[in-house]
Ligand binder design. Structure first.
Ligand SMILES: Cc1ncc(COP(=O)(O)O)c(C=O)c1O
Length: 373
């Protein structure tokens, strides 16, 4: 008799997807986790040229085109000051695959992976798929992850912990001293820190730092992606970097599940990384204005909103019944518990949508709030 694996039976379709499926067609969608900007024109052109010239017809190296990996290494040299060898980079099918191969290569059956709660949905699911046990750690009042809580959660079975700053679903940005602490914890406890930095460029207050800048050992691997950096979610191009021995293990997984990232997307991402970067500031400025609009609007309604310092999400505390009331009234927001038990009592709003829709959504949320309190 056929059966399904115990691993797959432990996970289910993400709560975000369920909300979308239940939504009305003309609803205002504040559930989306993707920037509402076109991909940079030079990225699109590079893909078109690669396709037309036939350069994108073949498999690339498993790790990805050398020229792309050089562009990625340059980016991280420039932004984090890390001395990165292009051989220690794997181009992946989005940050999603990068997280998958990082966890698959480092987590044994029964190992624990410490994850932020609320946190991005993949950390829990990918840990379970690898046969590991997610260990959710609640966040501080301001929705940042406290390094002391991570340290307290470490046991003999801990294989890894995940840091995600700027964070989804919280919009929180960890201060540099916390990022340095995460590196110390990875070094001292000899556990892997998986640093998910896909929102790196969207920071309004504070600064983005990576644990890899502070670590003395090779116990940090970094996940990043063209998706949110350059508004290229549909291109499915991300990457992971770390020490050679870690990359050598991750490439074993990547080789069999993916062979190589899509060639047209690799050409596009290389152009995005090496071409004009003005779009990034434009996106961040736009998100900052929308953040202010949304936070002011929510506070005016009477909701408490931990001030998001990055990404494009706000996570207000909401009264019982509020999220459903918003959805019923045509504003799609995601219940906090979709991101972990400690997300209960919150909702996630994405402001990757136009200002007019955001204004309309705030008025509808005001009515929804009045209806439930
Ligand atoms: C925190 C975080 N990490 C990783 C990803 C994966 O993104 P992608 O696979 O599009 O690069 C997402 C997407 O929403 C995310 O929010």
């Amino acid at each position: 008799m056929t059966h399904f694996s115990d691993r797959v039976e432990q996970i289910s379709i993400s709560g975000i997807r369920k909300v979308f499926e239940a939504a009305d067609e003309d609803a205002i969608n504040l559930g989306l986790g993707q920037p509402d900007f076109p991909a940079p024109n030079h990225a699109r052109r590079a893909a078109i040229e690669a396709i037309e010239s036939g350069k994108a017809d073949s498999y690339t190296e498993n790790k990805g085109l050398l020229s792309l990996r050089e562009a990625i290494a340059d980016k991280h040299r420039r932004d984090q000051g890390v001395d990165l060898n292009p051989d220690d980079v794997i181009a992946t099918a989005g940050g999603s695959e990068a997280l998958h191969i990082a966890i698959e290569a480092h987590v044994n059956e029964g190992d624990e992976v410490i994850i932020p709660d609320p946190g991005f949905v993949s950390y829990d699911a990918l840990t379970k798929l690898a046969g590991g046990t997610p260990v959710p750690v609640p966040l501080r009042e301001d929705l940042t992850l406290d390094p002391a809580d991570v340290e307290d959660a470490i046991t003999d079975d801990t294989a890894a912990f995940v840091v995600n700053s700027p964070g989804n679903p919280t919009g929180a940005v960890s201060p540099p001293e916390d990022i340095a602490e995460f590196a110390r914890i990875a070094d001292e406890h000899d556990v892997l820190c998986i640093s998910d930095e896909v929102y790196e460029y969207t920071v309004f207050e504070g600064e983005h730092r990576s644990p890899i800048e502070f670590a003395d050992t090779d116990n940090v691997v970094v996940v990043n992606s063209a998706s949110k950096l350059f508004s290229m979610t549909g291109w499915r191009l991300g990457w992971v970097y770390g020490s050679s021995r870690r990359i050598e293990r991750m490439i074993r997984v990547h080789q069999y599940v993916q062979a190589c990232a899509s060639a047209p997307a690799q050409f596009a991402a290389e152009a995005a990384l090496t071409g004009p970067q003005d779009r990034i500031d434009e996106m961040t400025e736009t998100f900052r204005k929308r953040r202010d609009l949304v936070v002011d609007g929510l506070e005016d309604i009477g909701l408490h909103v931990p001030s998001p310092k990055g990404a494009f999400y706000a996570m207000p505390e909401v009264p019982e019944g509020f999220t459903q009331e918003c959805i019923d009234r045509g504003v799609i927001i995601v219940p906090g518990e979709a991101f972990g038990e400690n997300g209960r009592g919150y909702a996630r709003l994405s402001y990757a949508t136009d200002t007019e829709s955001l204004r309309d959504a705030i008025e509808i949320m005001r009515d929804a709030y009045d209806a439930v309190v």
